[in-house]
Ligand binder design. Structure first.
Ligand code: HEM
Length: 472
């Protein structure tokens, strides 16, 4: 059934043709809908149901919605088939997200030195060493993803596993293989999904690849906890594996395979999102060398006062602004906060969403609205830090602040649980690069075009950047 809002797009037929069209011209449809209907909602036919795109005026309705009306889990399940790739338990019993949201976020001050130490090693391995020469960095996104994966996994699984080449390989490859499997499974009717999931998807093999790495760690820690008692409690490892082990509900959730699935689920949420975000910003940095002196000063002032610490990072307003503007301007998605209506819903403006329809917010049009962001098509790296310098609240303009104007992190009950960690990781990386490296595109080239697939805005995977280690 349709919502009571206008339809955008010539085809009103569901199915693969429509789905293909939406995959290849997603942004165009959002821009067209916004141009025609302004801030009012409109709908387009999806693969099996209508998708209603709302503007900023309905952000609050979406933010306040709960899973028993507009469901986040059902949306994810429909789009990437988590129930059929990673299993029902991870799809619906997401106790591990609370650990990321609370425990991990509260411990970021203690985590910083570990994560930054790993990032420094990963940059030394992936970026050129000392010397006067410019070096070509090929497949930039791969290099960035490897660095992100190591930094994040230093906190997720600790040393030495976060540096293990095969572990980092499968952590990086997992999202791609499970997303592909999910997409394939999503195309089949419900009764065929278990069959396709078992015999035609790469998900079971991708998941099995993690178990030989994680399960022995869990078993060894349990053995040592039993042997050492209080001494173990006082000195136990500081990482996500341990937090999951300590917090898992009694019963089958304590099973090492279940715990492994949670580590995989968090890698799934963390690695691709963070590495795509950073690659976009890295391309902007190489394309806009005139910003570098101000960024270097921002880092130097914070480090002089606080050293390379979380407190120092908190003071780097220009680094924060640069990342936020990169995500405002370019982003990694054109629509966000996807939800599936599990019952009929009426929004505050009278929009009626029938059960089974999907809703999302038109991020692209909000992030490019001249009433919110003057000159929205211009990349203005210090757009947000200037406001802070002019006396406006630092929290209001911070990269991590989710709002109706800045939608990268989504909003409401499911707002990104790892955004403070992501921000710490990405700010550390940008601060490290501007301090220790010079970067530019070869022959004065510009930022390479993004790839768009569905609502994803993917940084060009083939770009080359010239990098030179700065003299100490
Ligand atoms: C720049 C990187 C990242 C971006 C852009 C991002 C974005 C998002 C978005 C849009 C959502 C859904 C919000 C909604 O629909 O309202 C989300 C959820 C989530 N993210 Fe992130 N994320 C990033 C990094 C991370 C990292 C590093 C972690 C883990 C440490 C993480 C963990 C999660 C979790 C667990 C959820 C689900 C929360 C829930 O359902 O309660 N994310 N993220």
């Amino acid at each position: 059934r349709k919502a009571n809002v206008p339809v955008v797009g010539s085809s009103a037929f569901f199915g693969y043709k429509t789905a293909f069209k939406m995959l290849t011209s997603y942004k165009q449809t959002l821009v067209e809908g916004h141009a025609k209907y302004g801030k009012s909602p409109f709908q387009v036919p999806g693969m099996r149901a209508w998708v209603v795109y709302v503007g900023r005026a309905l952000f609050e309705d979406l933010r306040k919605s709960r899973d028993d009306t507009l469901s986040f889990q059902e949306e994810i399940n429909d789009s990437v088939s988590i129930e059929w790739t990673m299993g029902k338990s991870v799809a619906y019993n997401t106790w591990h997200n609370v650990i990321v949201r609370k425990q991990m976020t509260q411990q970021l001050g203690i985590a910083f030195p570990l994560v930054y130490d790993e990032l420094c090693h990963a940059f030394d391995d992936g970026f050129p060493g000392p010397g006067d020469e410019w070096t070509e960095l090929h497949h930039v996104h791969d290099v960035i993803q490897q660095i992100v994966c190591r930094g994040a996994n230093r906190l997720f699984v600790g040393l030495p596993l976060c540096r293990h080449p095969e572990y980092t390989r499968i952590s990086r490859a997992f999202t791609g293989s499970v997303a592909k499997a999910g997409f394939l499974i999503a195309a089949f009717p419900k009764f065929l999904k278990p069959f396709v999931a078992k015999y035609f998807s790469g998900a079971p093999a991708a998941i099995a690849g993690f178990e030989p790495f994680i399960i022995p760690i869990i078993e060894e820690r349990r053995r040592r906890a039993a042997e050492m008692g209080d001494e173990w409690q006082a000195n136990k490892p500081f990482d996500l594996i341990q937090w999951l082990m300590d917090t898992a509900p009694e019963g089958e959730q304590q099973n090492p395979s279940e715990l492994t699935l949670r580590i995989i689920g968090i890698n799934f949420a963390a690695v691709h999102t963070s590495s795509m975000t950073f690659t976009h910003a890295f391309y902007w940095l190489a394309a806009r060398p005139e910003c570098v002196p101000a960024l270097r000063e921002d880092v130097a002032a914070a480090v002089t006062e606080h050293g390379w610490t979380k407190a120092g990072l908190n003071q780097m307003y220009k680094i924060d602004s640069f990342l936020k503007e990169s995500m405002r301007h370019t982003g990694i998605a054109t629509a966000i906060m996807g939800r599936k209506a599990v019952k009929n819903v009426t929004f505050s403006d009278g929009t009626q969403i029938p059960a089974g329809a999907h809703v999302a917010i038109n991020l692209w049009s909000i992030h490019h609205d001249p009433e919110i962001y003057p000159n929205p098509d211009e990349f203005d790296p210090f757009r947000f830090s200037r406001k802070v310098e002019q006396g406006e609240g630092a929290v209001k303009h911070a990269f991590t602040t989710a709002s109706s104007d800045f939608l990268l992190w989504g909003g409401g009950a499911h707002v990104c649980a790892g955004r403070n960690f992501a921000s710490m990781l990405l700010k550390s990386m940008l601060a490290h690069i501007v301090t220790y490296y010079d970067v530019q595109f070869p022959n004065g080239a510009q930022r390479p075009p993004n790839l768009e697939f569905g609502s994803n805005v993917i940084p060009n995977p083939k770009a080359t950047i010239l990098v030179r280690r700065r003299q100490a």
